[in-house]
Design a protein around this ligand. Structure first.
Ligand code: ADP
Ligand code: MG
Length: 680
């Protein structure tokens, strides 16, 4: 193992620093490359995968299935599709590369288009929800796994594709897991029917791929040698009660000690805390003595507007240190060069599901060991690096080894609906790589049954005509249901707006420093009937001024996200038109809109209790109104909510005031049962 030419700054930390030094984790060491190359072609040739190119092409030509493992950054995603294409493999159709995240699909396709010197959308394109940048020429198509699933509904054999690359397989998102089954079945059926064969490649950044290999007919596993330099791991001496504070301290310790060219990547859990920490960092950096260089703080999370996401790839101005504050998005899907330090809070925001209660919540929780190693690895891409873990070694020892696949910890209603729409006859016994528990499958079927999307005949689950229509929308079942029943309440135009607003990230911009100003301008939009109606008023006002940027600034509205809302709305509206739905506006009749929401979202209803708290009617779980809601200070008797967020307690987010009668009307049998359950 080579010696570090410079002692890492941590060694020079003053006494009282929260860190102590730990032995290096032995890494796979390969020769360092020299100066950063300039041309894109040279960059391609420098990638670890390049040396394996010929061998790889020869093997992939022969195989129908393969699992490919390589460190993040070795060139799997950007190079393998190009190698296949250049070698003429799968030329009769399209090579699909699936990604769990839309930002990755977009940025990777842009990169590949740049490397091939073609315009994005021609030979190389991408498709993500609500956005399709492909054409009839497209041969290399980057897409979210969710999009390929949607395409499979119309084309279960995926006949347009000759190769499907299931990338980032280790992430095990629900969509990827469902896709595994869909692709496997398409491959088998195509072989049986003597159609053009489908090549299926699974790519992963982690080593535990036995499951993938077994599932795909014991496919061979190809290892790519990565370029991983030694990484020093530091743990905290003591447990940290406030990981944000610990992260802040660590950023500035490093900032004061390390050369400016050494960039820092901090793993956090979500948009709100990232934006807050970014502001604090910028503020502190401004007031540091001149001996400290400037700092360029860049947030990164999935919902960030695209143009801003791309900032992470750009170098900071000369002499300035780049500090990236990111969610787990930077764990594997995106490779950022120049990172020398990782600060790992050990936390991640993820879905958690309790099949007994049927409750799905987003919660901040510990990462797994596998994730922690993956995070640490981001520091060793180009040279030796360091990872500061904001937890003790003992805490780390107690982390779970692997992350439980999402399919085993989420509400499966969408999945079951999608499988039925795909024509899977025996959904309860679908060939999942990791089977979800029978209870959660049953809960999902029951929920869809209550929504009227499925019927049960004996042991069979069948899609109803309503269910079939529901599956046509790229929305969660309760949203598509709400939209489909909206003509009964003559408010389809409004429901389209509301659902679009809930489908993109917040259109409201809330800079804490200007809290009073925000409150003052928001006043005119706030509705005592809840957040849905408030958002609707904001959208209407936005439309009235034709999306005027100045208006957005004055009203603390995120104009980009609002623009996206309009786009999403347009696409959903097109689907409604195709289905011959009556598109009416309820104009100023707000009660109708709330009734419609009550009828569609009744499974997300909560009731006020004598003690002033709330109980979710479906699960009897104690819940509270999130402080961001316009109803936070109010105590409505009944509400429906959009989602639950679990932090210190279980919060309902985005609420609408409803009448108890409406809920009863919407699902009499369901509420009778719930009532009985409450009494017993
Ligand atoms: P893998 O899939 O093995 O993690 P990738 O193919 O995504 O690797 O990335 C290979 C290399 O391509 C990265 O190390 C990085 O240098 C470069 N790269 C990838 N995406 C971009 C981008 N959007 N901008 C600049 N460079 C990129
Ligand atoms: Mg990749």
């Amino acid at each position: 193992m080579p010696q570090d030419p410079d002692p890492p700054p941590a060694k020079r930390f003053k006494p009282g620093s929260p860190f102590f030094r730990l032995d290096k984790k032995p890494g796979m060491l390969l020769p360092r490359t020299g100066q950063a190359p300039v041309s894109v072609d040279a960059q391609r040739r420098q990638l670890p995968i390049y040396q394996a190119k010929t061998q790889l092409i020869n093997q992939l030509r022969q195989l129908h299935n393969a699992v490919i493992i390589g460190e993040t950054g070795s060139g799997k995603t950007t190079q393998i599709p190009q190698y296949l294409y250049e070698a003429g493999i799968g030329r009769q159709g399209i090579i699909a590369v699936t990604q769990p995240r839309r930002v990755a699909a977009i940025s990777l396709s842009s990169r590949v288009a740049e490397e091939k010197r073609v315009q994005l959308g021609k030979i190389v394109g991408y498709t993500v929800r609500f956005e399709d940048v492909t054409s009839s020429e497209t041969k290399l198509k980057f897409m979210t796994d969710g999009m390929l699933l949607r395409e499979a509904i119309g084309d279960p054999l995926l006949l347009r594709y000759t190769v499907v690359i299931l990338d980032e397989a280790h992430e095990r998102t629900v969509h990827t897991d469902v896709l595994f089954g869909v692709v496997k079945s398409a491959q088998r059926k195509r072989a049986e029917q003597n159609k053009v064969p489908l090549k299926v490649l699974v790519m992963s950044a982690t080593m535990d791929v036995d499951l993938f290999s077994q599932y795909f007919n014991n496919s061979p596993v190809l290892y790519l040698e990565g370029r991983q330099h030694a990484i020093q791991i530091y743990y905290t001496k003591q447990r940290q009660s406030d990981y944000l504070q610990a992260a802040l301290v660590s950023v500035f310790q490093i900032h004061q000690e390390a050369p400016a060219s050494h960039d820092i990547l901090v793993f956090l859990t979500g948009q709100e805390e990232i934006e807050a920490l970014a502001r604090t960092c910028r503020d502190i950096a401004k007031h540091l003595p001149d001996t400290c260089g400037p700092m360029t703080v860049i947030p990164l999370y999935a919902s960030l507007p695209q143009a801003q996401q791309f900032r992470v790839f750009q170098p900071a101005p000369k002499g300035s240190r780049k500090v990236i504050l990111s969610t787990n998005i930077a764990e594997t899907s995106i490779t950022i060069s120049g990172i020398k330090y990782i600060i790992d809070t050990g936390m991640v925001k993820a879905k958690r599901f309790n099949p007994d209660s049927g409750l799905e919540v987003l919660a901040v929780q510990r990462v797994s060991k596998a994730q922690a190693w993956q995070r640490a690895g981001r520091a060793g891409r180009e040279d030796a690096g360091s990872c500061y873990r904001l937890y003790t070694e003992e805490e780390f020892d107690n982390f779970a080894n692997m992350t439980v696949p999402e399919i085993q910890r989420c509400n499966l209603a969408s999945v079951v609906l999608q499988l039925l729409a795909l024509g899977v006859s025996d959904v309860l016994n679908f060939d999942f790589m990791s089977k979800p528990s029978p209870e959660s499958m049953r809960t999902a079927v029951e929920q869809l049954n209550i929504l009227g999307a499925v019927d049960r005949k004996d042991e069979k689950v069948l899609l109803t005509p309503l269910g079939k229509k529901m599956a046509s929308f790229p929305l969660e079942p309760r949203f598509s249901k709400t939209l489909l029943i909206s003509p009964d309440f003559s408010c389809t135009e409004e429901i389209l707006t509301i659902i679009s607003l809930l489908s993109v990230d917040s259109v409201l911009y809330n800079p804490p420093a200007r809290r009073d100003d925000v409150l003052a301008v928001r006043k005119k939009f706030i509705s005592s009937e809840g957040d849905h109606i408030t958002l609707l008023s904001i959208y209407r006002a936005f439309k009235k001024v034709n999306g005027n940027k100045e208006w957005c600034r004055e009203n603390f509205v995120n104009s980009r996200n609002m623009g996206l809302v309009s786009e999403v709305r347009g696409q959903l509206r097109d689907i409604c038109i195709k289905m011959n739905m009556k598109l009416e506006s309820s104009q100023s009749d707000i009660a109708n809109i709330r009734r419609c929401l009550a009828h569609g979202m009744f499974m997300n209803a909560a009731q006020l209790q004598l003690d002033g708290g709330y109980v979710a009617l479906d699960t009897q779980q104690a819940v509270a109104i999130h402080p961001s809601s316009v109803l936070f200070q109010a105590k409505p008797a009944y509400v429906v909510f959009n989602e639950l967020l679990h932090t210190s307690r279980c919060y309902m987010r985005d609420l609408c005031l409803v009448d108890a009668d409406w809920l009863q009307e919407a699902a009499p049998e369901y509420f009778r049962r719930k009532l009985r359950a409450t009494k017993s």
